[in-house]
Write a protein that binds this ligand. Structure first.
Ligand SMILES: [Zn+2]
Length: 268
C-alpha cells in the first residue's frame, strides 16, 4: 500500500523529561554469529556509549529552533512538533514546558504563527509519576516507566494527563491543539476517549488498524508520517533534518494535521 502524498514530518519528545531520566543499556551483544546476554543496565554502564540506548541528552535550544524554522521555510516544508507539555523534575513536580524552556517555546510559538509548525500533544509527562518510577535505577533499565498511557493506569489518569497537556499548550499558543502523538505508541481505548473529549481529532501512531474506527478520531498511520525524535537532532545535528528536506521527487512535507484533515475529508 502506498501512503498519502505529501506525507507529514514529525519531531517528537520536545520538552519531555524522559531525555533526562530514561536510561537503559544494551542487554544483548553480538559476537560473530551469536548474541549473548550483557549486563548493560548495571550501575554506570548504562550511561556509557555505545551501551547507552536513550538518555540523557539535552533539550533543543531557541537557537536550534531558529535554524529549524529557517530550514523548513527554505524547503517550503512544514512540520509537526510533538511537545510533552510538562517537564518532570526529579522530585516529581511538573513544570509547564513554556515556563521550563521559555526561549525555545517562544520560537516554537512563532513557528506555529507563521504556519511552519504544528504543535501536537505528546502527553503531559511522557512517563509514570507514581512511586517515582521515572527515575533511573541502579541495576535495571526504566524504559517501561517512560510511557504515559499504560492500560494499568485508571481512565481518570488518562483523561487528567491529556486535559492538563491540552490546557498548557492551548493557553500558550492561543489556538486549538488537534493532534495527539501517544508517547512510545502506548495507549488504550480510554486514552482515545479522553483524546476525543479534550478536542484532539488526529492520532498519529503505529498500526492504528488494531483499534478499528473510533468515534471522533482520525488515525494518521506511520506510512503517512516521517517521524524523528529531538534526540536525532541533538546527537546528529541539524543535518539530520536538512537531508530530509532536500528537493526530490516527493513534494515537501506537511503537518500531521494537514494529512489528518485530508484523510478525514476522504472518509466522509
Ligand atoms: Zn516520545
Amino acid at each position: 500500500m502506498t501512503g498519502v502524498n505529501p506525507s507529514a514530518l514529525r519531531l517528537d519528545d520536545v520538552g519531555a523529561a524522559s531525555k533526562r531520566y530514561e536510561v537503559y543499556g544494551v542487554t544483548r551483544v553480538r559476537i560473530g554469529p551469536v548474541t549473548i546476554p550483557f549486563p548493560g543496565n548495571f550501575l554506570f554502564l548504562k550511561y556509557v556509549p555505545p551501551i547507552r540506548r536513550w538518555g540523557p541528552y539535552r533539550e533543543l535550544t531557541a537557537a536550534h529552533w531558529d535554524r529549524i524554522l529557517e530550514a523548513l521555510a527554505r524547503a517550503g516544508a512544514r512540520m509537526t512538533v510533538g511537545v510533552t507539555a510538562g517537564w518532570v523534575e526529579s522530585d516529581g513536580r511538573v513544570v509547564p514546558f513554556p515556563r521550563k524552556f521559555s526561549a525555545a517555546a517562544a520560537v516554537i510559538r512563532r513557528g506555529t504563527e507563521s504556519g511552519l509548525l504544528e504543535v501536537a500533544n505528546h502527553g503531559y509527562t511522557h512517563c509514570v509519576l507514581d512511586g517515582r518510577r521515572f527515575r533511573p535505577r541502579l541495576f535495571s533499565g526504566n524504559r517501561t516507566a517512560h510511557r504515559e498511557f499504560h492500560e494499568w493506569l485508571s481512565s481518570e489518569v488518562h483523561l487528567d494527563h491529556l486535559a492538563r497537556a491540552q490546557a498548557i499548550l492551548q493557553d500558550f499558543l492561543g489556538c486549538p491543539v488537534v493532534t495527539f502523538i501517544p508517547p512510545g505508541n502506548v495507549f488504550t481505548r480510554d486514552t482515545l476517549a479522553a483524546a476525543a473529549s479534550t478536542g484532539l481529532r488526529y492520532v498519529s501512531c503505529l498500526q492504528p488498524g488494531r483499534w478499528g474506527p473510533f468515534p471522533g478520531i482520525t488515525f494518521v498511520e506511520d506510512r503517512d508520517v516521517r517521524a524523528m525524535h529531538d534526540r536525532d537532532l541533538v546527537l546528529g545535528g541539524l543535518r539530520v533534518l536538512t537531508s530530509l528536506l532536500e528537493p526530490g521527487e516527493a513534494p515537501p512535507f506537511v503537518t500531521v494535521r494537514e494529512v489528518g484533515a485530508r484523510l478525514e475529508a476522504a472518509a466522509r
